[in-house]
Design a protein around this ligand. Structure first.
Ligand code: PRX
Length: 661
C-alpha cells in the first residue's frame, strides 16, 4: 500500500456517514426528500404509484381492503398478467430487440435473450405446459439452477396462471419432496445437472430420488438438458425433454391470462421455528407492483441498464430482483450460473467489465469473501460502468461495507443495504440512494409508506439508541397473504406477538418479522438479527429445528441442539451440540454420519461447521435449553449469565470439547 492508500483507509475507517455522490443524485430515479411525507399523508393511496408502474387489463376499484385484517387485499378487483407485464408490453412498446436476459454459464458460454426472443421461448413453453395438462392454479415446482430456463419457466407459469414453487437447486432430495408434497404439486421442471467450479453436478439423480418420496402422484416431469454429454443421469421413462417440448410448440401464441390482483403468483418455502417449512404465498398485483416500485426507487433501475443481482433465483431475492422487478421495468437482467472463484477469484469483476454492468446487488457473505481474497482481483478489471451497489440477506459489518464502497464502487457508487424477508416480498428498510445519507452497518430508514418501528416486549416504542424488536405496523402491497393452506399458522407466526388478534380494527394488527433491531436519533434502523430459532448462514435462512431433527435421526444420537455461531465470512455458521446414546461413541465416524444426514435432509448449505459431543446440554430449571449460552460458546464470547442453569458445570465441559476441535 502507498502512503496515500494508508491515509485513505484511515479516513474511511473513521467515517461514519457518507453522502450520495453528486453524479449519482443527478440522474437518480428518486431525489425528492418530500417523498416520505407525501406517502405518509396519502396512505394507502400512495401505493397507486407502484401500481402505475404496471399495465392492468382491468383497473382496480380500491387500493387496499383492510376489512379482513390481517388477510389484506391490495388493488381490489384489478386484473393483470405478470408475464405480459415483464415481456409483452415492452415488445409492444417497440423494445422487442433490446436485451431482457443476459446469461453467463460457468464454463464461459453466454446466451442472450431479447424481449422478442424471451417472448417466443415463454410462449412455446407455456403452450408445452398446457399440453402436459397444466391448468390455471396448478402449482408447478421448479427445481432448477441458474440457467435461463428457470426464469422462462416462471414466466410461462405466470402466463397461464399456474403458480410456481421454486426449490433452490442446492436443496436436497428430501427438501424437494417435502415442498412438492406440501404444495400438492403434480408437475416438476428440473434439469440433468449444472456446472460448479468446473465440475458437472448430477442434479437429476437428486430430483429423481426426491420424486420417489412425494406422497401423491406426480403427473409430469420436464428435464432441461444443460450438460449434454457431461450428464451422468439423463431423462428417462415418461420424463419430457424441455428443449423438445419448446421445439414442438415453437411459434405458438399463448395469450397471457388475466389474473386477479390477489391470485397467487408463486409460493416460496422458507424456514421457521418449527421443522416444517412455511409456504409463503405471494400475489400477482401487490407483489409485482411492489417488486417493480422498489427496483425503481432503491436499485435505481432504468430500462437502458444492465443490472446484475448475484443471488440465486431459487430464493426470494432472485424472484423479486433478478426476475420480476427488473423485467417489469424492461431492463437487462444478468444471470450467472457459477461460483465467484471459478476459474479465478476475479470472475465477478470480469463479468461486470465484459457486460458493462451498471448496478450490482449481492450478499455481505460474498463481499466478505471478496475482501478476504484481496483487492488485486477487482483491480484487474475496469469497473467504471458501475453506478450503484446493493447488499441483502444479512447484516453487513462496516468494514465490509467500506471495502465494497472503495474497492468495487471507487467511492462513486452509493450502497443500499436492504432489509427485507421472503415474507415481505420486497425491500422494506433501506436508504433511497438519491436522497439519504448512508451509515455503514445500518440499513437505513423504513421506505416511504412503510411503518416500521422498534419496540420493547410490551410493544412500546423504545428510545433512540436502545435495542428492541422490529414491527411493521401497517400493511404494504408486497406482503405475503397467508401461508399456503394454513391461515392459522399465518396468524400465529406473524401477527399474534404484537396484535390484538380478536380485533376487527385493522390498526390493531401488527406484523412481527422476528428480527431484533436498534433505532438511532435519525430514524435509521440497524438490524440485530433473528430472535427466533432461525439462523442465517451466508445469507441463507435455515431453521435450527430442521437441522436438529436431521441430527436426531442419526443412529446413536440421543439429543441435539443447533445454534448459529459467528463466522468471519458466512456471518453465521451452524454449530451442533450432540448428546450420544449411552452405547454410542461420539467419534469421527458418527460426526461424519451426522453431517451426511444434514446434507441429505436439507442440503450442503446446512452442513454443521462444528459437531461438538457433550454429555449434557445447559438447561434452565424448567428444562429449556439455554441457546444463548451455546451461541456464546460457539462464537468464543464471554458467557452470559449461568446462574439460572440447572446444571452450570456442563458449560465448562462443553467449552473444553469445543477447544479440543
Ligand atoms: O434476519 C433478517 C435477514 O434475513 C432474514 C430474512 O431472510 P429471508 O427470508 O431468507 O430473505 C433474505 C433476502 C431478503 C431477515 O429476517 N436480513 C435480510 N436482509 C438483511 C437482513 N439482516 C440485516 N440486514 C439486511 N439488509
Amino acid at each position: 500500500m502507498t502512503d496515500d492508500d494508508t491515509e485513505l483507509e484511515a479516513r474511511l475507517e473513521e467515517q461514519e456517514a457518507f453522502e450520495p455522490p453528486e453524479s449519482f443524485v443527478e440522474q437518480a430515479n428518486v431525489t425528492d426528500e418530500g417523498i416520505y411525507e407525501a406517502f405518509a399523508e396519502n396512505w394507502p393511496g400512495c401505493w397507486e404509484r407502484a401500481a402505475d408502474l404496471l399495465e392492468w387489463d382491468e383497473s382496480y376499484d380500491e387500493v387496499l381492503d383492510e376489512s379482513e385484517a390481517p388477510f389484506y387485499e391490495w388493488f381490489v378487483d384489478g386484473k393483470l398478467n405478470a408475464s405480459h407485464n415483464c415481456i409483452d408490453r415492452h415488445v409492444e412498446a417497440g423494445r422487442g430487440d433490446e436485451v431482457a436476459i443476459e446469461w453467463v454459464g460457468e464454463p464461459g458460454e453466454t446466451r442472450t435473450y431479447t424481449y422478442d426472443g424471451l417472448r417466443e421461448e415463454v410462449e412455446a413453453f407455456a403452450a408445452g405446459l398446457r399440453d402436459l395438462g397444466v391448468e390455471a392454479d396448478d402449482v408447478v415446482t421448479l427445481y432448477l439452477p441458474m440457467i435461463p430456463e428457470l426464469p422462462i419457466a416462471m414466466l410461462a407459469c405466470a402466463r397461464i396462471g399456474a403458480p410456481h414453487s421454486a426449490v433452490f437447486a442446492g436443496f436436497s432430495a428430501d427438501a424437494l419432496a417435502t415442498r412438492m408434497t406440501s404444495a400438492d404439486s403434480e408437475y416438476l421442471v428440473t434439469c440433468d445437472g449444472y456446472y460448479r467450479r468446473g465440475e458437472a453436478l448430477d442434479h437429476l439423480a437428486k430430483a429423481n430420488e426426491g420424486l420417489e418420496s412425494v406422497d401423491h402422484g406426480v403427473s409430469e416431469v420436464v428435464v432441461v438438458d444443460r450438460l449434454g454429454a457431461d450428464a451422468d443421469t439423463t431423462a428417462g421413462g415418461d420424463q419430457r425433454d424441455f428443449g423438445e417440448l419448446v421445439d414442438e410448440h415453437a411459434g405458438a401464441s399463448v395469450e397471457p391470462v388475466p389474473r386477479d390482483a390477489e391470485d397467487m403468483l408463486f409460493l416460496m418455502y422458507t424456514s421457521g421455528t418449527t421443522g416444517q417449512p412455511k409456504g409463503v404465498k405471494h400475489t400477482t398485483g401487490g407483489y409485482l407492483a411492489y417488486a417493480a416500485w422498489t427496483s425503481r426507487a432503491v436499485l435505481d433501475i432504468e430500462a437502458e441498464d444492465t443490472y446484475w443481482c448475484a443471488a440465486d433465483i431459487g430464493w426470494i431475492t432472485g424472484h423479486s430482483y433478478i426476475v420480476y422487478g427488473p423485467l417489469a421495468l424492461g431492463t437487462t437482467t444478468l444471470l450467472y450460473e457459477g461460483t465467484p472463484d471459478h476459474p479465478e477469484r476475479d470472475r465477478m469483476w470480469e463479468i461486470v467489465a465484459d457486460n458493462e454492468v451498471d448496478i450490482f446487488y449481492t450478499a455481505p457473505t460474498a463481499i466478505r469473501a471478496f475482501m478476504k481474497w484481496g483487492e488485486e482481483y477487482p483491480e484487474r478489471h475496469d469497473l467504471s460502468s458501475l453506478r450503484l451497489l446493493g447488499t441483502v440477506g444479512e447484516p453487513i459489518n462496516p468494514r465490509a461495507w467500506k471495502w465494497y464502497y472503495r474497492h468495487i464502487g471507487s467511492e462513486e457508487c452509493p450502497i443500499v443495504d436492504t432489509w427485507w424477508q421472503t415474507e415481505t416480498g420486497g425491500m422494506m428498510i433501506t436508504t433511497l440512494p438519491g436522497v439519504n445519507t448512508m451509515k455503514p452497518g445500518s440499513a437505513g430508514p423504513p421506505l416511504p409508506g412503510i411503518d416500521a418501528r422498534v419496540v420493547d416486549v410490551g410493544g412500546t416504542e423504545v428510545e433512540a439508541g436502545r435495542a428492541g424488536y422490529l414491527t411493521i405496523d401497517r400493511p404494504w402491497p408486497g406482503m405475503l397473504r397467508t401461508l399456503y393452506r394454513n391461515d392459522d399458522r399465518f396468524v400465529s407466526e406473524y401477527w399474534a406477538e404484537y396484535s390484538d388478534t380478536g380485533s376487527d380494527d385493522p390498526d390493531d394488527w401488527i406484523y412481527f418479522p422476528e428480527d431484533g433491531a436498534k433505532l438511532d436519533e435519525d430514524g435509521y434502523i440497524t438490524i440485530l438479527g433473528r430472535v427466533d430459532d432461525v439462523i442465517n448462514v451466508a445469507g441463507h435462512r435455515l431453521g435450527t429445528m430442521e437441522i436438529e431433527s436431521a441430527i436426531v435421526g442419526t443412529e446413536g444420537v440421543a439429543e441435539a441442539a443447533v445454534v448459529g455461531g459467528d463466522h468471519e465470512v458466512k456471518g453465521e455458521a451452524v454449530f451442533a451440540y450432540v448428546i450420544t446414546e449411552e452405547a454410542a461413541d461420539g467419534d469421527e465416524a458418527l460426526r461424519e454420519e451426522i453431517v451426511a444426514n444434514v446434507e441429505d435432509a436439507i442440503g450442503p448449505i446446512a452442513r454443521p461447521e462444528e459437531v461438538v459431543f457433550t454429555p449434557e446440554l445447559p438447561k434452565t430449571r424448567s428444562g429449556k435449553i439455554m441457546r444463548r449460552l451455546l451461541e456464546d460458546i460457539a462464537s468464543g464470547e464471554e458467557l452470559g449469565d449461568t446462574s439460572t442453569l440447572r446444571n452450570p458445570e456442563v458449560v465448562e465441559k462443553i467449552q473444553g470439547s469445543v477447544g479440543e476441535r
